[in-house]
Every structure is written in C-alpha cells, then in structure tokens.
Design a protein around this ligand. Structure first.
Ligand SMILES: Cc1cc2nc3c(=O)[nH]c(=O)nc-3n(C[C@H](O)[C@H](O)[C@H](O)COP(=O)(O)OP(=O)(O)OC[C@H]3O[C@@H](n4cnc5c(N)ncnc54)[C@H](O)[C@@H]3O)c2cc1C
Length: 415
C-alpha cells in the first residue's frame, strides 16, 4: 500500500465499522476502512442475526447481583464468569455491580431502543437493495417452560412497550398454534411483532458494497499498529501496510479495543463475552420464527436450508477457544424445546467475542483529549441490531449535527 490521505479512516470492518463507513461515504466523505483480518470475520460473522429492539436491556439490570454470583460458581450456566485473579476482570465486575441500578438501566434502555429502532428502519431499506441479506421481519418469540422464564419475558415486554416496541403475552395454546416446531409443555411467552432477522455476514457485506459504491475503499489484512499524536490530534495512523493520514479517525475495533485504548490514553474496560453459534441441518419440524428459549438464553434462528442455534456468554479476555462442554449445554438446552435428532450434525461451529462494557452500554463519541478521534465500540449483545443506527449517529457527530439520542449515556470517556 502507498501512503494515503483520506477524510475518514475507520479502524475495524465489523458491523459497526462498515455501517459507519457506508453512511459517511454516502454523505460524500472520502472514506477508508481498514481491518487486520477480513471484512466481517470478527464477532459480526456468525451471530444470531437478530434485529430486535425488544432486546435493548443492558446486561447489568437491577436485581442481577444474586444471579451473577450464582453464575460465577456454575460453569454450566448460560452466562459464566470464570473466576480468575485478573485485575481487569475484578475492575470490570466492580463496575458491572455498580451499574445495576434502576436509573442507569432506564437511561440505557431508552437510548438503546432508539438506536435499535433507527437501525431496523435502515436495515429494511438495505435489505430491499441487497436481497442476499435475507432480511425478514416476521417478529420474534420468547418462549418459556418455567414460571420464572415467563415472568422474565413479560418483564422484558413491560420494559420496552412504553418505548414503542409492540408485543403481546402468549399462553401455551397461542404458542402451539404459532410455532408447531416447539415441544410441549410450554408455560407461556411473548411475541414481539416488529422484530427482524437477517444473515449477519451478508449485512456487513452489504455495507461494504455501499462503501465501495460511493467511492470508499476497504483494506483487509491492514492492522493499526501505532498512532502519531501531536497537539491533541492524530497526525498519522501507522498500519502494518503503511501510513494513513486522515482528518478524522474512527475506532470500531470491537472486543480488541481494550488493548488499543492504551495507545489512546483512555480507559476502555471492554471484555469479550464469548458466545457460540452452530449451524445444523433443517429439522423435520423446522421452526418458522426466530425464538429465544428464555431460561436457557438460547437463540434459535431459522435459515433458508438450515437452523442457527446460538448461546452462552462467558467473560474472557481475547480467548477464542471452544469449550465443547458449553457447546453440549447449548444442544441440551435446545433439545428441551425442539425435536433435535439424536445425532445432531453440526455443519459449522463458531465462537465470537461480544465487546462487553461493564455497564452494558456502548462507548460512542469523541475522545476527550484527541480532537479528531471518535470511538464506536462496546456494542455487547446488540451490535447488529444497533449497528446501522450507530452508523447514522457517528456520521451526524462527524458532521457536527445534533445527535438523535442522548449522547451522555454513551459517553466514550465515562470510564
Ligand atoms: C453467539 C453470538 C450471538 C449474537 N447475536 C446477536 C444478534 O442476534 N443481534 C445482535 O445485534 N448482536 C448479536 N451478537 C453481538 C454482535 O455480534 C456484536 O455486538 C457485534 O458483532 C460487534 O460488532 P463490532 O463491529 O463492534 O465488532 P467486530 O465484528 O468484532 O469487528 C471489529 C473488527 O475490528 C478489527 N480490528 C481489531 N483490532 C484492529 C486493529 N488493530 N487494526 C485493524 N483492525 C482491527 C477486527 O479484525 C474486527 O474485524 C451476538 C454475538 C455472539 C457472540
């Protein structure tokens, strides 16, 4: 690569970086997006593909303290925090506990619902232009076999319905009529009618096509290795392939952001929330709807000729290894709800690290001391569902327009 000069340099070509790059290219900026690997092969590759404003609750919700203590002890739980002596983990957990209060949760949900709804509208348009995304707006089912699971689903509905996310409570007969693939007995659930799903990797590719269509470029295998900062400004970005000068630099580096933040002289306490997704052949009774199996925290997404089953959240620091036991837990959990064959053939098994902030809210905004640096990281469980909206928000910020959400909730310098 020859040394370059652009208006906007986006670091990271996951859903967040490509959504930002696409929006700024459409608005006429000269954009370059770099990635140390390939476009969309980070956490955005194999996620459940849900675009679901109903799931806008941050991880540390009020009342989670006891539950999180239990997870700490139980490697079989859907959410697991492996005990370790890491200072980063202790610091993260301390802030996680601090964030479990009603005021904080309400502000976060208000903001994340808006970001997710904006995204949904954008994805609908993008899906029409790029049918390979397989955007489908069928709604989403939350189903449960236990009273606690039903209560959790109804609580989710109550939280978001006043923010304009429609849904209704279902009894077991309603569920059986809607989704014959589910085994009985079920106790109840909730149907959110406006939620959508798509092929996550194809969504990133659609944004990448938009970037190129509007004159931008994407450089793969190009890693940011250092920054030259002078007078509170990034003068140059040093990459593994050469130097890039940019008027504005945007960091969209997902779960890699904590270590990069040291270069930025900023605390970005992001840990990886490791999750697995497996693709299996279509079932004899193939589900029609995307479904959350509530008490197991398993996401089931019907695909054209297969089924995606995703779940677990294990807090780690850049560890991509696959623990077969946790994969088996997902299979067993799904088996309680669906007729899976005895010998389940897994066509693809994937692990991704959700970029998790301790308060469950992304960091979006300008760096307090570096005037041409914007952060857009830490989208935890909802990077796809809030990605397109993040693209609009960051483009507005860069253009000096009034943001459409309360930016103080997302403050990039809050840690
Ligand atoms: C099992 C599972 C299921 C999920 N389901 C859903 C879902 O249904 N809906 C939803 O909204 N979210 C879901 N998520 C979460 C979602 O996948 C993430 O929030 C999202 O992918 C984060 O996107 P990102 O662009 O921030 O990160 P990434 O996709 O990880 O992209 C970051 C990129 O930065 C690059 N990078 C890092 N460091 C450098 C560097 N120094 N130089 C250059 N490039 C660099 C990386 O190579 C990577 O490509 C799920 C996650 C998992 C694990």
């Amino acid at each position: 690569m020859q040394n370059k000069e652009v208006d906007i340099l986006v670091v990271g070509a996951g859903i967040i970086g490509t959504a930002i790059g696409a929006e700024l290219s459409r608005r006429g900026a000269k954009v370059c997006v770099i990635d140390k690997g390939q476009v969309g092969k980070g956490c955005s590759y194999g996620n459940a593909g849900w675009m679901t404003p109903c799931f806008s609750m941050p991880l540390p919700m009020p009342g989670m303290l006891l539950k999180s203590m239990k997870w700490l002890m139980d490697p079989k739980s859907p959410l697991y925090i492996k005990p370790s002596l890491s200072l980063d983990l202790a610091n993260w957990l301390f802030k996680f506990m601090q964030a479990m209060n009603e005021t904080q949760a309400k502000r976060a949900v208000d903001c994340l619902v808006v970001l997710s709804q904006k995204s949904l509208t954008e994805y609908e348009k993008l899906g029409q232009k790029y049918p390979e995304m397989r955007f489908e707006q069928k709604g989403l089912l939350m189903v449960s076999r236990t009273p606690a699971g039903v209560a959790a689903a109804v609580e989710e509905l109550n939280y978001v319905k006043e923010l304009g996310v429609p849904g209704k409570v279902l009894n077991p007969d309603d569920i059986a009529a809607m989704e014959p693939a589910l085994k009985s007995p079920l106790l109840g659930g909730v149907y959110f009618s406006h939620e959508a799903m798509a092929e996550p990797f194809q969504v990133v590719q659609a944004f990448a096509k938009e970037i190129r269509l509007h004159g931008g470029e994407i450089l793969e295998n190009t890693e940011l290795v250092d920054l030259e900062i002078a007078d509170n400004k990034i003068e140059k970005v040093l990459t593994s392939q050469g130097e890039i000068k940019a008027k504005q630099v945007i960091m969209a580096t997902g779960s890699w952001s904590k270590s990069l933040a040291k270069m930025l002289r900023l605390r970005v306490p992001i840990l990886g929330g490791k999750g697995y997704a497996m693709i299996v052949p279509p079932l004899a009774k193939q589900p029609k709807y995307p479904m959350m199996l509530v008490e197991k925290k398993i996401a089931v997404t019907p695909r054209q000729n297969s089924l995606r089953i995703a779940g677990t959240l294990e807090l780690v620091d850049q560890d991509f290894s696959i623990t077969q036991k946790r994969v088996e837990n997902i299979k067993q959990g799904a088996r309680e709800f669906l007729d899976l064959p005895e010998e389940l053939q897994v066509q693809e098994l994937w692990a991704g690290l959700r970029p998790c902030t301790p308060d469950g809210v992304p960091l979006i905004g300008y760096h307090k001391n570096i005037s041409n640096l914007v952060l857009a990281v830490g989208h935890q469980m909802l990077g796809l569902q809030s990605g397109a909206g993040t693209g609009l928000l960051v483009a507005d910020l860069v253009e000096g327009k009034k943001p459409f959400v309360d930016l103080s909730v997302l403050d990039a310098n809050r840690f």
